[in-house]
Structures are given as structure tokens and as C-alpha cells.
Design a protein around this ligand. Structure first.
Ligand code: ATP
Ligand code: MG
Length: 226
């Protein structure tokens, strides 16, 4: 990955956490040659800081984490091999409790020099809609990056007696922003493609394909809450 030499941070390959330092790779001119094993060491430590000491990198999650890392560091060659479009966002899908929300919260920390995204639970978006109305949909039509957490299972919005598929509308407007300005949108979901279509309809589903790279946990992934 190339980084801007004018950046104030002259050691973007080293991340400091308190008194600890994590070197994620080697600096080579204005490139960082990342080392996946070193990234995993950092993710393990940062995960423990964020989610508690029970957090660990599961062997069976390595393929998914490898994809997310290459996306996050914008390794264009690796992304090509993995069939990931770095311009699109990520939709991380998988069964209940497999660790989607945790991973999306975690992975952004490996590239502190890139614009990050806010994690937004989709339920909060519809609840806010029920109180405030259509303004909420506009609110997400800005230049910030978002990760909408738990797409497809939020309740239908209702404002002044009128039903609204709030997240469907938000995705339509984020899709327009993606086409115009390449603003990023990410998401997590428990649902598969057909179920997402059931929640949002085929217009939204078709745009989601353009908006997101789909990265999926295996159906058999264990529930880490158990
Ligand atoms: N790698 C991990 N090691 C240990 N615990 C983990 C790991 N990943 C997630 N957990 C824990 O498992 C639980 C579920 O994780 P998380 O909420 O990220 O899953 P999820 O896939 O988003 O679930 P849901 O489908 O319900 O939204 C949380 O308590 C979290 O702290
Ligand atoms: Mg979740």
C-alpha cells in the first residue's frame, strides 16, 4: 500500500497502544509491506483491549480476516486475487454471534491514517426515524463513512402513521453517493441474499451488490457468545 509522505505520521506501519508498539510490516520508501502474521498479533492485542481478555483470533476465521485486512490496507493485488473491489464497501455476513460486529469494529484500527467509518446499529436508525422522521434518512446522506450493523432485521419505521423501509431508503441514498463520490458504506448481516431481498426488495438488493463486496462467514461458524 502507498501512503502520502506528507503525512505527519512518519511511521504509519507502527501502531502504539499505551506503552506497547506493534509493527505491522516494513516501510519501503512510501510503501508499507504488511506482514499478515504481524497484523494478527496486533488484532489479537487490540481485540483484547476492546472486547476483553476472552477475545482471540480463531484459526477458522483467518481466511475472513485475511480478506478484511487486504481490503483495509488497500492491497490492490491481493484484493484482485480475492475478488474484492477496494472501491466498494464490505458486507460481512454470517450466523448469529460469529463475530461480525466485533471484526468490523476492530479491523479499522490497522489503518489509522485512512478515513474510518462509524458503526451504526440499524435498529437505532429506525427508532430515530420513528421519533424524528425523514430527516434521519437525510442525515446519512453525508460524506462520512458508515457501517450499518445488523442489516435486514431492523423493524419497519413508522412516522405519523406512515410505514417506511428506513434502511432501504438509507441504502438507496448511500448508493447514489457511492456512484457520485465513491463514499464508502459497509454493513453486517445475518441474512443471505434472498432474505435481504425479502427485507428490502429487489431494487435495493441490486444496488447492494454494487455497493458492497460480500464477505461471508461459513454457515457452520460457531456462536462466540456460547
Ligand atoms: N474472536 C473472538 N474471540 C472471543 N470472543 C469473541 C470473538 N468475536 C466475538 N466475540 C464475542 O462473541 C460475542 C458475539 O460477537 P459479535 O457481536 O461480534 O457477533 P455478531 O456476529 O455481530 O453477532 P450478531 O449476529 O448477533 O450480530 C460477543 O460477546 C463478542 O465479544
Ligand atoms: Mg452483530
Amino acid at each position: 500500500m502507498a501512503f502520502d509522505r506528507k503525512m505527519k505520521n512518519q511511521t504509519p506501519h507502527i501502531i502504539k497502544e499505551g506503552s506497547d508498539q506493534y509493527k505491522l510490516g516494513e516501510l519501503n520508501g512510501n510503501q508499507i509491506n504488511y506482514d499478515f502474521e504481524k497484523i494478527l498479533i496486533y488484532l489479537d492485542a487490540k481485540g483484547k483491549l476492546l472486547f476483553g481478555n476472552k477475545f482471540k483470533i480463531y484459526k477458522e476465521d483467518r481466511d475472513i480476516i485475511y480478506k478484511l485486512c487486504n481490503y483495509q490496507i488497500k492491497d490492490y493485488q491481493a484484493c484482485k486475487k480475492l475478488n474484492i473491489d477496494p472501491k466498494k464497501g464490505i458486507l460481512l455476513s454470517g450466523p448469529v454471534g460469529c463475530g461480525k460486529t466485533s471484526l468490523m469494529k476492530l479491523i479499522r484500527h490497522i489503518t489509522p491514517y485512512y478515513q474510518s467509518y462509524e458503526m451504526i446499529p440499524t435498529r437505532n436508525v429506525t427508532f430515530a426515524f420513528n421519533h424524528i422522521g425523514y430527516k434521519i434518512i437525510e442525515q446519512y446522506g453525508d460524506n462520512r463513512f458508515y457501517c450499518f450493523d445488523d442489516l435486514g432485521i431492523e423493524p419497519t419505521g413508522r412516522y405519523f402513521g406512515k410505514d417506511c423501509n428506513v434502511m432501504g431508503e438509507v441504502i438507496l441514498s448511500r448508493h447514489e453517493l457511492f456512484l457520485k463520490y465513491k463514499f464508502k458504506t459497509h454493513g453486517t448481516t445475518n441474512l443471505n441474499a434472498e432474505e435481504l431481498e425479502e427485507s428490502y426488495g429487489n431494487r435495493v438488493r441490486s444496488r447492494m451488490r454494487e455497493l458492497f463486496n460480500l464477505i461471508g462467514f461459513d454457515k457452520s461458524s460457531i456462536d462466540k457468545r456460547k
